[in-house]
Structures are given as structure tokens and as C-alpha cells.
Design a protein around this ligand. Structure first.
Ligand SMILES: [Zn+2]
Length: 254
């Protein structure tokens, strides 16, 4: 049986990118835009991203980059919170026209971004809960959920997620950019699916053509395993070296 994060589990004939590649692309994507938006104003938001905003944004983006596959039963995001996400998956799959339809459109990206931004305006606590849920999805996607023992992996995942969310909270992380990061992560998912031969109906519901179908490389094939995943990983290392002021992050006297 295909592992739960295996995006292509939904169809043997139409391959899609693996969950961990999507999650990695979210991390790299956020790290790549930080230098571009740093110190600027966009949509009325001030971008002053410190280390905690960079880490939080990377994980939020990674989680969001898995969200579109909520329209499928076997996707990482659907399996992350058991019955809760499974029910959500059934509902969203129905509302958005089934697999790889509405949840793979700019409409969905904008909708998610706006909803999350409204959530952020409404309640500080709701933001923390949403960030916690997304980080959980991200860690699951990045492969922190051990597959063999579901209960143990669920507990480890929840503890790690809680620890990270709390650490980001006590660091005073500013989440004004949350909606944008979510929309951006969702859009990154589309690119991931497009480069793996799977078309994405990005203009749904207006135009249901799957853009990018049958172009690109095979899912979990040699290109994804030997080129894409290592490149994304190197991207994260380079990004971390470049973005963080490491000497300043270390405690004094070391
Ligand atoms: Zn997908």
C-alpha cells in the first residue's frame, strides 16, 4: 500500500508530487521570498521578518503547500488529524468538485488566504490554533510522522508541533502575514503538481482545463528522488545560512 503522504495514491495513472516534496517546496518558497519582501509594504502589511517569522512562515507555508490535496482520502493532510481531517476532506472534495478540481485553483488559494487573514483579525487565539494545525501538517509532510506506529507517531508529532508553536509564541512572532503565507503555500502546491505531469485546473471554476498536464517528470521517479528533493533540501540549508544572522542568534559568551 502506498504511504499516506503519497500524493499519487489517488490515481495510479495520473502522477502527482510526493507530500514531502510539496512540504519542502513550501519551506524553500518562503525562504526565497523573505529577502524580496523584507522591509517592504505589501497589501498594507509591513514586512519586518525576524528569525521567528522566517521559521514560522516556512512551516506555515509548508503546511499550506499540502492543503490542496485535502480533496483526497489518502493525502498527508487528510490523514494528519484522523477523523476530523477525513470529514473535512469529504466535505471539501464535495464542495470543490472532487479530486484535483477546485482545491487546485487560484480561487481556493485566494479564498484560503482571505479566510485566514480574517481569522487573524478576529482572534489572536484562533491564529495560534491555526498555526499549530498547519505546523502539524507540515511536520507530517516533511516526514516526522513515523509510519509504522500511528499512535506513537501521532503523539511525537503533536508534542513537536506544540513545542514549536509555543516557542514561536514566546518569541513574540508576528503573524500579520499569515493569510498571504497560506495563499502562497497553496500556489506553490500547484507548481509542484504541474512539474510532475499532473495538470492543475488553476482557473477553476471558470476554465477547467488542467494546465501543464503530461509535461514534466514522473512522481517519485528518479528526477524527483535524485534531483528535486536534494535540491530543495540544499535550498533550505543555503537559505538558512543566508537568512539568519547566526552569531547574533547564539547566546553571548559562546
Ligand atoms: Zn495536488
Amino acid at each position: 500500500m502506498a504511504p499516506p503522504w503519497h500524493c499519487s495514491a489517488y490515481s495510479a495513472t495520473v502522477p502527482a508530487m510526493m507530500g514531502h516534496s510539496h512540504a519542502l517546496s513550501g519551506v524553500v518558497g518562503w525562504m526565497a521570498v523573505v529577502p524580496l519582501v523584507q522591509g517592504t509594504q505589501f497589501l498594507g502589511l509591513d514586512f519586518n521578518l525576524g528569525p521567528s517569522e522566517i521559521i514560522a512562515g516556512s512551516l506555515v507555508c509548508a503546511g499550506a503547500a499540502l492543503l490542496p490535496d485535502v480533496d483526497h482520502k489518502s493525502a498527508t493532510v487528510t490523514k494528519t488529524y484522523g477523523k476530523v481531517t477525513e470529514m473535512l476532506s469529504d466535505m471539501l472534495s464535495f464542495l470543490f468538485g472532487g479530486h484535483r478540481m477546485g482545491t487546485h485553483s487560484f480561487f481556493f488559494a485566494v479564498l484560503m488566504g482571505v479566510l485566514v487573514q480574517l481569522l487573524a483579525l478576529w482572534s489572536e487565539l484562533a491564529v495560534q490554533i491555526f498555526v499549530f494545525l498547519l505546523i502539524g501538517i507540515a511536520l507530517q509532510g516533511l516526514g516526522f510522522g513515523l509510519d509504522k506506529n500511528r499512535t506513537a507517531s501521532g503523539i511525537i508529532n503533536a508534542l513537536a508541533t506544540a513545542a514549536i508553536t509555543l516557542a514561536l509564541y514566546s518569541a513574540g512572532t508576528n503573524y500579520t502575514w499569515l493569510g498571504l503565507a497560506v495563499a502562497f503555500g497553496v500556489v506553490l502546491h500547484f507548481f509542484g503538481d504541474m512539474v510532475t505531469k499532473m495538470g492543475v485546473p488553476i482557473f477553476w471554476p471558470f476554465w477547467k482545463k488542467r494546465i501543464g498536464q503530461n509535461k514534466g517528470f514522473k512522481t517519485d521517479g528518479p528526477v524527483e528522488q535524485k534531483v528535486v528533493t536534494p535540491l530543495l533540501t540544499v535550498g533550505i540549508i543555503v537559505g538558512s545560512i543566508y537568512l539568519f544572522d547566526w552569531p547574533a542568534l547564539l547566546p553571548d559568551g559562546r
